[in-house]
Design a protein around this ligand. Structure first.
Ligand SMILES: Nc1ncnc2c1ncn2[C@@H]1O[C@H](COP(=O)(O)OP(=O)(O)O)[C@@H](O)[C@H]1O
Ligand SMILES: [Mg+2]
Length: 166
């Protein structure tokens, strides 16, 4: 069992992720948490690429690694762009890879609208950087075997995506 954050410090074995979302209840083979900063474009994408490396090292099938990396990247960019920053928990058990992205940002007033292809509230300055196509959440869902969003306006958002290993 391997449980640490991306600074290599031991993680609090509490029932919640670093920003308060419920942890997957299954016994993890590996669990790591990655902090993601708001508007930190210099570091954006680092969590997703570390997650990809870790899954590769674990010997996961290339398709599982690819789908998890895409989902992690979209979650990470949403933390950077739409939230106040937050964290992504990587939880691997014997059956699946689970990513839990959580933040204490603005929340989503309408989750089904947010899930629509092409829907984005990204401001012009973000679109000029090439983001804001409104495909991130639909893409995450497509890459996942199970996908859910919990969000409350003014409280925050938790996005959970799982990919079956076998
Ligand atoms: N963590 C989040 N907190 C608040 N709103 C979010 C979050 N993630 C996504 N959203 C909302 O959902 C919309 C759609 O997200 P997404 O499909 O990733 O497209 P994009 O990031 O290109 O806007 C965003 O424009 C934003 O309004
Ligand atoms: Mg997005």
């Amino acid at each position: 069992m391997y449980r640490k954050n991306d600074n290599g410090q031991a993680m609090d074995p509490a029932e919640v992720t670093p920003c308060g979302a419920a942890r997957p209840s299954s016994e993890p083979v590996l669990e790591m948490s990655f902090e993601v900063g708001h508007y930190d474009f210099a570091a954006a994408g680092e969590a997703a690429s570390k997650i990809k490396q870790v899954l590769r090292k674990l010997g996961m099938a290339p398709d599982v690694v690819r789908r998890a990396a895409v989902a992690a990247y979209e979650a990470e960019m949403n933390l950077v762009i739409h939230s106040v920053g937050g964290s992504i928990l990587l939880h691997v058990d014997t059956e699946k890879v689970t990513l839990v992205s959580c933040d204490e940002g603005p929340g989503m007033p309408d989750i089904s609208l947010a899930m629509k292809e092409g829907y984005s509230t990204a401001p012009d300055e973000i679109r000029e950087m090439g983001f804001g196509a409104g495909m991130g959440l639909p893409n995450m869902k497509r890459c996942s075997d199970s996908f859910s969003i919990e969000s409350e306006v003014g409280r925050g958002t938790t996005v959970t995506a799982s990919i079956r290993i076998a």
